[in-house]
Write a protein that binds this ligand. Structure first.
Ligand SMILES: [Zn+2]
Length: 266
């Protein structure tokens, strides 16, 4: 059985499948505060025992992190981990092929392969959850950046004198418009305006055909897709094409993407 994992800022999701995204078993739990990489390995082996699947044939992991070669988590502030060799840890524990990728790369891979970006020449994928990440899709392929770091949309600076961000800068988008920044707050116009400013600049820069949004923060009171599309027009270069805004229809784009990527490499 193939395993797919979504290691997010607040939750851990695990699913199994033989092929495609037709999941046989599914687990979802809140990620315990202070969860270590060793705890994560223990969780997976406990699920394999409980589900009776035997050892995984392959594992694909979607992680809220900047992921280097070989599944090394370089920066994972939303997990509280740094420089964790997750790919090697999982290979040692389960003796199977392991793929670890940044969550937005997984989500964008799903959208490019089987979702809203299938057939589109270009698309910008935005994952708005605890933090905010992005991935640019060109002709069906996901651009990871020159050193796999092109995914930190939440750290676009929208207010140079704004609130201090954990990355060391001030006024990053994620200090205003993320799930973490808006948790438990009533509807407010400012986060949508700041998100529109960042997206408007992205439209001016790359003029994508469509913008796909996913993530738990889209269910918070401040978010409004139609209003966002209107606001973006007022921040982007007028001659740039207006992109199509789409909310991801997939229940679990990160899990599906992690599975697709693990199929490519195993
Ligand atoms: Zn930042």
């Amino acid at each position: 059985m193939r395993y797919a994992v979504d290691l997010g800022g607040t939750h851990v999701r695990v699913a199994t499948a033989e092929n495609g995204c037709d999941f046989r078993h599914e687990h979802r739990s809140r990620r315990p505060a202070g969860m270590t990489p060793g705890d994560f390995v223990t969780l997976l082996s406990g699920l394999a025992d409980a589900w009776g699947t035997g050892m995984p044939r392959s594992i694909g992991v979607s992680a809220a992190a900047v992921v280097g070669e070989g599944g090394l988590l370089l920066a994972a502030e939303n997990l509280g981990w740094k420089d964790v060799p997750l790919g090697r840890l999982l290979k040692d524990a389960f003796a199977c092929p392991v793929t670890v990728e940044t969550d937005v790369v997984c989500g964008a891979t799903f959208e490019a392969t089987a979702g809203a970006a299938k057939g589109a020449g270009s698309a910008l994928y935005l994952g708005i959850g605890t933090g905010i990440g992005h991935a640019f899709i060109l002709n069906g392929r996901v651009w990871r950046g020159s050193r796999r770091g092109a995914n930190a949309f939440g750290h676009l600076v929208v207010e140079p004198d704004g609130e201090a961000c954990y990355c060391g800068h001030r006024g990053c988008l994620c200090t205003v418009a993320s799930g973490r920044a808006q948790a438990g707050k009533p509807a407010d116009a400012r986060p949508l305006e700041m998100l529109a400013l960042a997206v408007g600049n992205a439209v001016t820069l790359i003029e994508p055909e469509c913008i796909i949004l996913s993530g738990g923060a889209l269910n918070q009171p401040w978010f409004d897709l139609v209003a966002l599309a209107d606001l973006v027009s007022s921040f982007s270069y007028p001659a740039a094409r207006k992109p199509r805004f789409v909310r991801s229809k997939a229940a679990e784009p990160n899990l599906c993407g992690a599975l697709i990527l693990s199929l490519e490499t195993s």
